[in-house]
Design a protein around this ligand. Structure first.
Ligand code: PLP
Length: 404
């Protein structure tokens, strides 16, 4: 079992007061808080080894390059990628997805089909729509049921030899549904389609094994697993990344440049044009180490308890409805209260120190499906407590009384 008070002491922000009340941070689905070791890793980089990487022969440049590449190896081990050069640093999930969709522009033909799930974040919808506009490919949607689960029988029917790409999130940010990605990947491969998994909401809760999943691409953001903003990872199988043209041109990504012809660098540099977020990349490795020290078994245990307790306690509130009741779900509770706009609840409980997300959660199609403008979303991390859930429930009840 986790010693929660000890864990909480790792996160300096958690002792803050907000609007005069102790902070209750339940917006972990938007971004997680950072432990002191991650904050220190950023400062230490600038204090001790700041230099540009992969360029200089001088000592600081070597030290910075070594630290950055060591972080890449940590992440390779963490997700069990076969090669370090399959692990590309990005600025986040959005960047990773766009690098892939941009690459597919030279591969797809009119009439080819891309399957996207009904549960996606806008980041995993819009870039594919832009790709369809460029190529004449067609976007098809894997539907969901009222529990917020994708309907596998419908997915099976959508797959055909026209399907070139399947893109789906591992875990839904809006509802917390854990999708059957292993099944979906195997099925897609039977028709020769490539699969991208948006792991943005999965990596804070579990350790993905990209070789076991056998996905072609797996993307995530650093800031949702206790790492810095502006960092992320695009994992791709070597053969898949080699098929894609580079996303951006510039320094670092070339082998040789003349005005007549430029040849590109090998992986991973082909996809890493320009000076990256060096401090962030190093600190992302620190965040991954930190999460592993806490232990994903412990994280899951704590979050499961919070989900069960939170669900039970919130349902004691009259007129409260939870959206997203999948059998397999993570520690996200999306809800509404009869006759009250989610924004009004969010605003009042903020005055009581409680941070939740209100709105469509960058997943408008899900809100349209349920015919609601949005929800209130409480997303729990391993450093949250049952006492904080009690504060949330009391605050929501108070808001409800004020607004009734
Ligand atoms: C947060 C999120 C994204 C976008 O991540 P960025 O860090 O904003 O690029 C994409 N997909 C899901 C499921 C997310 O939760």
């Amino acid at each position: 079992m986790l010693d929660i008070q000890k864990i909480r002491a790792d996160f300096p922000i958690l002792t803050q007061k907000v609007n005069g009340k102790p902070l209750v941070y339940f917006d972990n689905g938007a971004t997680t808080q950072k432990p002191q070791v991650v904050i220190d890793a950023i400062a230490k980089y600038y204090q001790e080894i700041n230099a540009n990487i992969h360029r200089g022969v001088h000592t600081l440049s070597q030290l910075a390059t070594d630290a950055y590449e060591e972080s890449r190896k940590k992440i390779q081990n963490h997700i069990n990628a076969k090669f370090a050069h399959e692990v590309l640093f990005t600025s986040g999930t959005t960047h990773g997805i766009n690098a892939v969709t941009n690459g597919f522009a030279s591969i797809l033909k009119p009439g080819d089909e891309i399957l996207v799930s009904a549960l996606e974040h806008h980041s995993n919808i819009v870039p594919w729509q832009m790709l369809c506009e460029r190529t004449g490919a067609i976007l098809r949607v894997i539907p969901m049921n009222t529990d917020g689960e994708l309907i596998m029988a419908e997915y099976d029917k959508l797959l055909s030899d026209k399907t070139k790409v399947v893109t789906v999130n591992h875990i839904s940010n809006a509802l917390g549904t854990i999708n059957p990605v292993k099944y979906m990947i195997d099925k897609a491969h039977e028709v020769g389609a490539a699969v991208l998994i948006d792991g943005a909401q999965a990596v804070p809760h579990l350790k993905p094994d990209v070789q076991e999943l056998d996905c072609d691409f797996y993307v995530f953001s650093g800031h949702k697993l206790c790492g810095p903003t502006g960092t992320g990872i695009l994992y791709g199988k070597e053969e898949c990344l080699n098929k894609l043209p580079p996303y951006q041109g510039g320094g670092e990504m070339i082998k040789e440049v003349t005005f007549e012809k430029t040849t590109y660098a090998e992986l991973p540099h082909k996809f890493e044009a320009g000076t990256p977020n060096i401090a962030g990349g190093i600190a992302l490795g620190t965040a991954v180490d930190y999460m592993n020290e806490v232990g994903f078994d412990n994280i899951q245990q704590q979050e499961k308890e919070l989900l069960e307790y939170g669900t039970q306690q919130l349902l004691t509130i009259e007129g409260l409805k939870i959206y997203g009741t999948a059998k397999e779900k993570t520690s996200v509770i999306s809800f509404n209260i009869d006759g009250i706009h989610p924004y009004d609840i969010g605003t009042i409980i903020d005055k009581l120190g409680i941070a939740v997300r209100t709105g469509h959660h960058c997943a408008q199609p899900i809100m349209n499906f349920f015919e609601i403008p949005g929800t209130i979303r409480a997303s729990f991390a391993f450093y949250n407590t049952k006492e904080e859930i009690d504060s949330l429930v009391a605050a929501v009840k108070r808001a409800q009384n004020m607004l009734a």
